[in-house]
Design a protein around this ligand. Structure first.
Ligand code: 1GP
Length: 246
């Protein structure tokens, strides 16, 4: 089973090199805007596409992956809301365990169902401790996962949760305020969590400006993920990519 994308991410972290991921939700896609986003992503050297969402009710997952693959070589990582959102057409999967929650289905249950499929697949598996943080509104992921997020000001709980995830052998931690969050994860929490981890830290949810992206990188995020803001304005990709400081 390949480990190439993960090893590359770890090496980037060691060099202090920051990475930008764009999230495409197959249910929300407007194809015209996606075309523009893809062109800019290639031009600006976007590092990853994350593909998924809390629901994904359409059958767009496979066609979307094939379409992006035909147009560029940017790595495609599944970011599944459930074990139904799987496809061989991606390069890797963020194999998410919702470690901030106490819903056994999302801690280990769906993983058991997905494991035989993944074992047979060519996908690189990147086990990820998914930590939901209160983003000021009830997001889809909060509702669908039936879990309570970590309160926004409780950096200590986020630190301990992330540490436990690392100690359990998870390969990355994803600090998530939820797609469309009014309040993205604070720099204080990112700094606190990144300061205790040695594995890569991914941060997303409610990031709308290059300033916030840059502040998150300075606070210790290794990868930031932006979805909604780019769907609304693909032109933002240029400034978000520049926020990596390369
Ligand atoms: C969701 O972090 C991502 O997991 C993206 O959130 O759509 O709010 O950018 P936004």
């Amino acid at each position: 089973m390949s480990n190439a994308l993960y090893l590359d991410l770890v090496a980037a972290k060691q060099r202090g090199e920051k990475r930008l991921a764009i999230l495409f939700d197959p249910d929300k896609l407007r194809l015209q805007k996606m075309g523009q986003a893809l062109e800019l992503a290639v031009e600006c050297g976007v590092d990853y596409f994350f593909i998924g969402g809390s629901l994904v009710v359409s059958s767009m997952l496979d066609p979307l992956l094939s379409d992006i693959r035909e147009r560029c070589k940017i790595p495609l990582l599944l970011f599944p809301g459930s074990s139904f959102q799987l496809s061989y057409r991606a390069d890797a999967i963020l194999f998410l365990s919702l470690i901030s929650g106490r819903n056994p289905e999302l801690l280990i249950g769906q993983h058991v169902m997905a494991a035989p499929y993944l074992k047979m697949s060519p996908l690189e598996i990147i086990s990820t401790g998914y930590i939901l943080v209160d983003g000021g509104v009830q997001t889809s992921v909060q509702y669908m996962s039936n879990t309570s997020p970590i309160p926004a000001g409780k950096d200590d709980i986020a630190i301990c949760t992330a540490l436990a995830g690392e100690m359990l052998g998870l390969k990355t931690i994803y600090l998530e305020a939820g797609s469309g969050a009014s309040n993205p994860v604070s720099e204080s929490m990112i700094e606190a969590v990144s300061g205790t981890l040695s594995i890569p830290l991914i941060v997303g949810g409610g990031i709308r400006t290059p300033e916030k992206a840059a502040a998150n990188f300075r606070a210790g995020a290794d990868v930031i993920v932006v979805g909604n803001a780019i769907e609304n304005d693909p032109g933002l990709i240029r400034e978000l990519a520049a926020a990596r400081g390369r």
